[in-house]
Design a protein around this ligand. Structure first.
Ligand SMILES: Cc1cc2nc3c(=O)[nH]c(=O)nc-3n(C[C@H](O)[C@H](O)[C@H](O)COP(=O)(O)OP(=O)(O)OC[C@H]3O[C@@H](n4cnc5c(N)ncnc54)[C@H](O)[C@@H]3O)c2cc1C
Length: 590
């Protein structure tokens, strides 16, 4: 059942994939008018994350980043927008190619360590079988949008070569055929008791211990988490205190500032396991990660000393407030204003006016990373600054007990446990030393750089949610009997579970790859974008399929999969919606 010379065959198929992608890149560039798109990296599809000029950009194609106009041609942005379907399709196809490369790298590392077992081999060949088929025949960017490679390879020559490649043909026809699907389902069913769903291939034995520790924590709190969700309650303070004790809020903060000084790979392992128990648990550290990285990379020495130890210990819970009622994806056009004023006592302060929305954990937080416009003469991202705003903790009755700050909860489908808020600032004042780095006009640039880490963390959250959905679906399929048999005996059920196991591993390997790039101090906006893009889709697909496996019970709130479905849905929207993420990937490559 395992294909002979599997890793060699996959390597050959990868060569064929690279050739296809090179042709699609050329075609895409031609569509865009021959020149690289705004903000493009040299090397296109060949870029491996070792540099490049790609900008991380939360805005539309042609908006400037880091204060520089990016369009090498004035019409580049509008061309890219007009050609979004193909450009984003190309981004997705490149994400698949990268994911396949990382799956092979994972398998080769396991092989070298003598740990490439039957399940891992089957996951590898299944990943190749399905993604190679989708690359040639149609790749779902969303449920209703399919990218077809022949929309770029219009004369069909590149696809003909790809389809004729012997390794591609073998993997596609046999890699994930009926027997392979059935065997994967049988192996994951056998592995359920010990949670053996494929070795994640972590390169440090200590990471396996960390994984175990947080897996136990997540399992111990999974039932409570479902109750918090149903009651729309904040995750209890006692849980936050326990996670603080475990070091969750200072995982990647250097030891000099009271953190654990671990890398992003460790952060992914912890985040995935906590999110597998509950997305809220895996998300508690998100804002600490964002704030700590903003301050570490850009803060003044005084800001680092004052804030990093508290963030690392969990004593200071940050919240991230960027989105406004009229400004989401196009963050560069935000309107909330901050002006420097002199108070009666002679001290200076930022006076803030405007409205923010979707601020997660807004009430029970001590510090806002608040993106504001400080220079009104400057349009777009150049007039934006990041403020580190201290605030008192609020309660359900009075969420924002500070003069000049008011707001209320936004009721949401899922992603509960921290609550989301809209916040109005009416002459709210914060001290002058709130300005991150002490320099105005740098906020957008500072934030975009932080998005690399934030997106890796979100990809890891998505992998955890995907894994949770898979495990819930698997457990149900083993216990529920119909027609005198467990559900998993029916191929249509087993096939779903097999693919969930495969694609979760693909998303995990792509995410760990982005984390390794970050840990290697290499620019990884592209890699983080790819990981977030794919992992979010996988989380949603797994959740949807796991509900299907549950039948009617999947729709009952009593069953945790009903929560996982709504929790999974947000991952494609925040931290850069899927369309924005695809745009970032496209711009980096084209
Ligand atoms: C539960 C939840 C928690 C959140 N937490 C926070 C938080 O803590 N802090 C914070 O600041 N924000 C937070 N957000 C906000 C979140 O980041 C935004 O919702 C997200 O950035 C999308 O912005 P938007 O909702 O305004 O959608 P819009 O920008 O209006 O986009 C709507 C749709 O149009 C698409 N679209 C927009 N522009 C383009 C384009 N150029 N090309 C193609 N398609 C496009 C989008 O992809 C999307 O599908 C949260 C949101 C939610 C729902």
């Amino acid at each position: 059942m395992i294909l002979q010379d599997l890793t060699t065959t996959c390597a050959a198929a990868l060569d064929a994939t690279d050739a296809l992608m090179a042709s699609l890149l050329e075609a895409m560039r031609e569509v865009l008018g021959g020149a690289p798109a705004a903000g493009a990296a040299k090397g296109g599809a060949a870029r491996t994350g070792t540099g490049g000029a790609a900008q991380n950009d939360a805005t539309q194609g042609g908006m400037a980043t880091e204060g520089k106009p990016t369009a090498t041609r004035p019409d580049a942005a509008s061309t890219l927008q007009r050609e979004q379907a193909r450009a984003h399709g190309f981004a997705w196809a490149s994400t698949y190619a990268r994911a396949l490369r990382e799956m092979l790298g994972w398998a080769q590392r396991l092989q070298a360590a003598g740990r490439l077992g039957e399940l891992e081999s089957l996951l590898l060949q299944a990943a190749y079988a399905e993604y190679l088929a989708q690359l040639a025949g149609g790749l779902p960017m969303s449920q209703g949008e399919m990218f077809r490679a022949d929309s770029l390879d219009t004369d069909g020559t590149a696809l003909a070569r790809f389809n004729a490649d012997p390794a591609v043909r073998l993997l596609r026809s046999r890699g994930f055929d009926g027997p392979a699907r059935a065997r994967i389902a049988a192996l994951v069913a056998d592995g359920r008791a010990t949670r053996s769903f494929g070795d994640p291939g972590l390169d440090d034995p200590a990471l396996y211990e960390i994984r175990e520790q947080f897996a136990r924590y997540a399992d111990d709190h999974a039932a409570d988490a479902h109750r918090w969700h149903l009651e729309n309650a904040l995750i209890p303070d006692a849980v936050i205190a326990q996670l603080a004790e475990l070091g969750v809020f200072g995982l990647t903060v250097p030891e000099d500032w009271g953190g654990l000084g671990l890398g992003k790979t460790a952060m992914c392992v912890v985040t995935e396991e906590l999110s597998r128990g509950y997305i809220g648990l895996g998300s508690l550290g998100t804002r600490s990660e964002i704030a700590a990285e903003l301050i570490r990379a850009n803060g003044t020495p005084e800001q680092r000393e004052r804030l990093l130890p508290g963030i690392a210990s969990g004593a200071i819970l940050p919240t991230a407030s960027f989105t406004e009622p009229d400004v989401g994806s196009d963050l560069a056009s935000l309107k909330t204003r901050a002006e420097l004023v002199t108070r009666a006592d002679g001290s200076r302060a930022w006076r803030i006016n405007g409205n923010k929305t979707w601020t997660t954990h807004g009430a029970r937080s001590d510090l806002m990373t608040l993106l504001v416009r400080t220079e009104t003469a400057e349009r777009g991202n150049r007039g934006l600054s990041m403020l580190l705003v201290p605030k008192p903790r609020g309660s359900d009755a009075n969420p924002f007990p500070a003069p000049g700050m008011s707001g209320g909860e936004i009721e949401v489908l899922g992603y509960r446990g921290m609550k989301e808020y809209e916040i109005a600032f009416d002459n709210f004042e914060t001290p002058e030393n709130a300005l991150l780095g002490g320099e105005a006009g740098q906020g957008f640039r500072q934030l975009m750089r932080t998005f690399e880490s934030a997106r890796i963390q979100t990809a890891a959250r998505a992998v955890g949610v995907a894994q949770n959905a898979f495990e819930l679906g698997l457990a149900y399929s083993l216990s529920r009997m119909q027609f005198g048999q467990p559900l998993i005996a029916f191929p249509r059920v087993a096939d779903k579970l097999a693919w969930m196991a495969v694609e979760t591993m693909i998303a995990r390997q792509l995410t760990l790859y982005a984390a390794r790039e970050k840990d290697g101090h290499r620019r990884c906006d592209l890699e983080a974008g790819m990981a977030k893009l794919l992992a979010a889709r996988v989380a949603w697909a797994n959740a949807d399929n796991a509900v299907q496996v549950h039948g009617g019970n999947g729709y009952a709130q009593e069953y945790p999969i009903s929560r996982v479905l709504v929790d999974a849905r947000i991952l494609n929207v925040f931290e850069g919606a899927a369309e924005i993420q695809a745009n970032i990937v496209a711009r980096a490559l084209l």
